[in-house]
Design a protein. Structure first.
Lengths: 343, 343
């Protein structure tokens, strides 16, 4: 594959993909709606507000595709797993928004803004607990065990990220370790458990898990890239927030390592919070240094690795569908690139 | 039984009880220590700080006694369950201290004070996740399922309590519902699962669960009572905090319902936060109205109900040990009463 071929195919495949997933995603929406009734009546309004159905549903899509049989068959076990993973993801967002003191998410007030931090902490906890409860509703402990490990890893990654904030000397390895735990882990579990619940052979489940892991890395690097190269209106947040809050993501790490002398020191001091962040200056600097293309290459490498893991499984319907999801993510990077060019 | 007999027997039994539990509680401490290594190296220091071993260990004691065989036999399954329940309890404390903006707990800085709110939210989450992981390490889903339901109920109770804050018209039933969820639930699960893991018959597991539930109610009412009638140095917090923060607990509800006219309105306005709380005035009022004895009666009723649930099981060693724990709680109430008298 080469980059432009992939991007082209993803553009073509997009509507078809969502057509395929439509019955599965509808079943997921219905499942999530049903969960609200499991909470105490007094808190259902708040839970309903958290269970937002406007997300990109990337983790559920990975689950459905990893255990794909055919278009007609909506496997209730996969729907349940997708519900569990989505609820965990939503719970982490509820807690993230408290920590980031964010007011808006997906064009509405964050849970913390609407109900206060106290309720937001507890609602996140209640969502976590409910996701765990749902994962006990499988015949074996496997789902619950993997979900619990993934949850703990996500939290560990977030704690490390919090500890790294304001540290100007984060290494590439330190960054990769954090995003592996906080993002790639849930992608990995989505793919491996999706395949396992559908009864796929163990070797494919493992391969799908590795695919998910690398795809998750790619996805997080892409997400971090949009903080510097996104279109403000599209991503719905101010560019350069990571720089302003001392969070050294890949674009900043790469820029820092290529700078020298006073400029390097300036950037370090900005990351430490010792200097008022001159976001515009650094955005321009990044553009002139070609950081976009370097980060794009890192994403490409992760996607390439992801794809290689499932390459041998051409006989499985899952394989081409998972490859298509990787196309879609790559496509988003390429769209960002054309946006840069036309700016 | 009558109150003074019980109190006397509990005073006698106290050292013997801890002697009995010593090997079990040591095994629990060792188990909790071991868990630290399961977390990512970068966050072990923080986890270690959370896993404080100075607590009263009331839930673990209930677990060990519910599944009691004999002094020599320390059942590793009960140790694991005690570890799980204690970790969940510690996680709720970490999150509680963020919400209450508390600085101190058990004579040291709270996790939120020491590491910041962000890390505290995440550490609580990581502890929850690890407790869930541990509960998947039993052959069946039962432990994990019950633990998840209990966790969700604890959070629901806490959310309701947050929603009720500042509401001067909380009913007795509303109060009971909250403490049932936020406290009694984990007591219930401790007793019923402790018995179940030890292979006790189903009817005793259920009875032990009901015992735990009523004991948890008693314990929370006692805890709420100490906010008004405790000895400041002993409980380590300022008296009347619940009044000052608009949290209507049983002593306040009972006083409110017995007041009339301006005084009732004054108390309501104080609970709403519309009036500066005159804590001393209301503490005196409570004393003259005999609220202590009324709350004491409510605790007594719960303990009596708790005891009645396990009454038929005189053939089980668990029975007398659980009864002794209820003696201990009652003993604490009586100590509070003599402190009042000698004041």
């Amino acid at each position: 594959m080469n980059a432009s071929q992939e991007s082209e195919s993803a553009r073509k495949l997009l509507p078809e993909l969502f057509q395929l997933l439509r019955p599965h995603l509808s079943a997921l929406d219905a499942f999530l709606e049903e969960q609200i009734a499991s909470f105490e009546p007094e808190i259902r309004e708040q839970v309903n507000y958290c269970i937002d159905t406007s997300g990109k549903r990337i983790r559920p899509s990975l689950i459905f595709f990893s255990g794909w049989k055919n278009e007609e068959f909506v496997d209730p076990n996969l729907v349940k797993l997708a519900g569990i993973v989505e609820i965990i993801h939503l719970a982490t967002l509820v807690h993230d928004d408290i920590m980031d003191e964010a007011d808006m998410r997906r064009k509405q007030d964050t849970v913390a803004k609407k109900y206060g931090n106290t309720t937001a902490v507890l609602l996140g906890d209640a969502l976590f607990s409910h996701a765990v409860y749902l994962s006990t509703q499988f015949p074996t402990n496997e789902v619950c065990e993997q979900v619990a490990v993934a949850m703990r890893n996500v939290c560990s990654g977030e704690i490390m990220q919090t500890m790294q904030r304001g540290d100007p000397d984060i290494t590439l390895e330190g960054y990769q370790r954090v995003i592996n735990l906080k993002t790639a882990e849930l992608f990995r579990v989505s793919c491996s458990l999706g395949a396992a619940l559908a009864g796929e052979p163990t070797d494919f489940c493992e391969a799908a898990g590795k695919f998910g892991m690398h795809l998750g890395m790619a996805y997080q690097i892409y997400d971090d890239l949009t903080d510097f190269f996104g279109i403000q209106q599209t991503i719905g947040k101010t560019l350069g927030t990571d720089l302003a809050t001392g969070k050294a993501t890949l674009p900043l790490i790469l820029m820092r390592d290529r700078l020298s002398g006073t400029e390097k020191e300036d950037l370090r001091e900005t990351l430490c919070g010792n200097r008022e962040p001159n976001v515009e200056y650094w955005l321009n600097k990044m553009a002139t240094m070609g950081i976009f293309m370097e980060v794009r290459k890192a994403i490409f490498d992760e996607i390439r690795q992801a794809r290689s893991k499932i390459e041998p499984y051409q006989n499985l319907a899952s394989q081409s569908l998972l490859l298509t999801i990787s196309d879609l993510i790559w496509n988003q990077v390429e769209t960002l690139k054309s946006d840069q060019a036309s700016n």
